[in-house]
Design a protein around this ligand. Structure first.
Ligand code: AMP
Ligand code: MG
Length: 287
């Protein structure tokens, strides 16, 4: 099995041109069926690791999902992260900012959602929209958005060093044709028609601008403390396999341990359980 951490990570300050990456890559796997056992194994490991994280209460994990419309961000939340226990794991969707949010700096609405010690947060879109859609549509002047890469790096550095957070950022990369195919499937599927919006089609006109904006994000904000991974996502199973493997490996690297019991186990056994065993056997309880 390839090591997807090594294969897909964006090394800090490498200049990214997405034309050199293949969104249709699928490695040795030819089908969902052949990848499924590995995905399921990773899900089980994630569940165990999250339980350990919750118990240890020292580390936290922030997962950031970005990608063009229909790249599969919702799918990752659904399929990959179902293994996690909802207590200790929260998914946050970042939509268009409200008037109140717009009256603050762009990180104001993000900070309250970063994970507390012992927990996992998944960002479905994130503060990166403020250098993606905001840049593509000129919602703020260039002199404002161009400063945000450094501001984001500083913000992420703060969370990592102050709160022992591991940050993993996934760019779900699909081709323009794959996006159109997925939009078309929505038209024919009554369970997905609700997702169709005309603005999604209109945004396709800006595809090249989005690619450029993503290239800058990947080039300027993949750091040692908060790396980006470029996930080939035309094949959903490869996407799920790669992301689940990367999460498992990075959680294992935290070297977490269950806390030592705070009570004397032998005493507890003697005091409460031997007496109970005696009662069951019909002997009077000694005090
Ligand atoms: P969806 O993910 O399909 O529910 O759509 C959410 C929409 O909110 C997308 O069109 C995003 O581009 C938009 N959005 C998210 N964050 C921002 C932001 N900071 N500024 C402007 N638009 C945003
Ligand atoms: Mg959308």
């Amino acid at each position: 099995m390839p090591n997807y951490v090594k294969k897909l990570i964006v090394k800090p300050s490498s200049k990214i041109r997405l034309k050199h990456f293949d969104p249709g890559y699928h490695g040795k796997h030819e089908s969902h069926k052949s990848a499924l056992p590995e995905i399921q194994e990773n899900r089980q490991k994630m569940e165990d690791l999250q339980y350990l994280m919750y118990a240890e209460n020292k580390h936290s994990l922030l997962i950031v999902l970005q990608g063009l419309d229909a790249a599969g961000k919702d799918g990752v939340v659904r399929h990959v992260l179902t293994g996690m226990n909802p207590s200790g794991c929260v998914a946050v969707n970042f939509k268009e900012p409200t008037a109140k949010e717009l009256a603050h700096d762009f990180l104001w609405r993000v900070h309250p959602h970063v994970p507390a010690k012992g927990s996992v947060a998944i960002f479905n879109r994130s503060h990166y929209e403020d250098v993606l859609v905001v840049r593509v549509h000129g919602l703020v002047p260039e002199k404002v958005w161009s400063k945000r890469y450094d501001q984001i790096n500083d913000f992420e550095q703060l969370i990592v060093t102050e709160n022992n957070t591991t940050i993993l950022k996934f760019f779900l990369y699909i081709s323009k044709q794959e996006q159109l195919d997925r939009f078309k499937k929505r038209l024919d599927d009554p369970t997905r028609q609700w997702k169709i919006s005309e603005s999604d089609y209109k945004e396709r006109e800006y595809w090249g601008d989005y690619i450029k904006a993503f290239e800058d994000v990947l080039t300027k904000t993949s750091t040692d403390h908060a790396p980006w991974f470029i996930i080939p996502s035309n094949h959903k199973w490869l996407r799920d396999l790669a992301i689940s493997q990367i999460i498992v490996r990075q959680m294992e690297a935290m070297r977490m341990q269950f806390p030592k019991p705070t009570v004397n186990l032998a005493e507890i056994r003697r005091e409460y359980h031997q007496a109970e065993d005696g009662e069951k056997a019909g002997r009077p309880k000694k005090r």
